[in-house]
Design a protein around this ligand. Sequence first.
Ligand code: PLP
Length: 346
Amino acid sequence: MKNLQELTRPNIWALEPYSSARDEYSGKEAHVFLDANENPYNGPYNRYPDPLQRELKAQIGRVKGVPAQCIFLGNGSDEAIDLVYRSFTRPGIDNVVAIEPTYGMYKVCADINDVEYRKVLLDENFQMNADEVLAACDENTKAIWICTPNNPTGNDICREQIEKVLVEFGGLVVIDEAYSDFSPSPSFRHELEKYPNMIVLNTMSKAWASAGLRLGMAFAHPDIIAIFNKVKYPYNINMLTQQKAKEIVSDFFQVDEWVKILLHERAKMIEAMKVLPICEKVYPTSANFFLAKMPNATAIYNYLVDLGIIVRNRSKIALCGDCLRITIGSKSENEELLKALRNIEQ
Ligand SMILES: *Cc1c(COP(=O)(O)O)cnc(C)c1O
């Protein structure tokens, strides 16, 4: 791995971050707080939240098996994705490499930051070839994006290929595990010590059923976390999100239960889809959604919209021609979708 200074934008490496009142004093013993120009009324919302979310990180660290100093929390994973660009890539100079098709935010954030985004097409089984990914890199490639299980394809990316990229690439490798709770593959977050150039993303939006809270996580070497902390807005996670997330994380048995139910529903849905005459193929999935190939996907999409049932039309995405991406919902939602699909005349 290149050293972190070489990988970091020079202005960010040199950055003297904003020091908030709560950074300068964060002890518990004081009882008169006249340091932050807060209003004494309307408690508890009058107080600024913990800028480093210490209690929440300690809790998440226990559940995820990651030391708190290796955790960054963001306003959704989207904040962590954007911070990779703002911290490490020089606009107009550096580039990143990503598998294709994949999650759209990596490219949007590259475009916003004026960073070249290089796509490496997956094969016909939606698998990544590490050699092709490495061949797309040059001396200005700062990061490689790998989403596993991948969105929108749903499959796990082969572990050996990911490991090859981690070992052979000198820059940062971001592994987005937004859907890993639904996958039998072990998470890469347990291998942080082995791969100092790895950033593993996770989110409360999927298995944790809390997309509305906006809480994303990045797990990485403490030196990378320190750079994110320097660049982020001082109070990026608001008090309500921190409070509610602590409640939800403390009830992690509930999450296991949700995942179990969704995996059961997923198996049932896939079996039912496979016998539908209009469904040509259901692709293997390790996520809470699956990709289904149906001739005239756009017509079926529109038919479903008319019935008030919304799926994701991925027909225009590379390798996903005539594919709909279908999220596993509640039992009744899934049944309603199946009923609508069964009613389509051949
Ligand atoms: C849904 C999803 C996320 C979650 O993003 P949040 O901003 O945390 O809601 C991240 N990555 C991928 C690939 C996703 O599909």
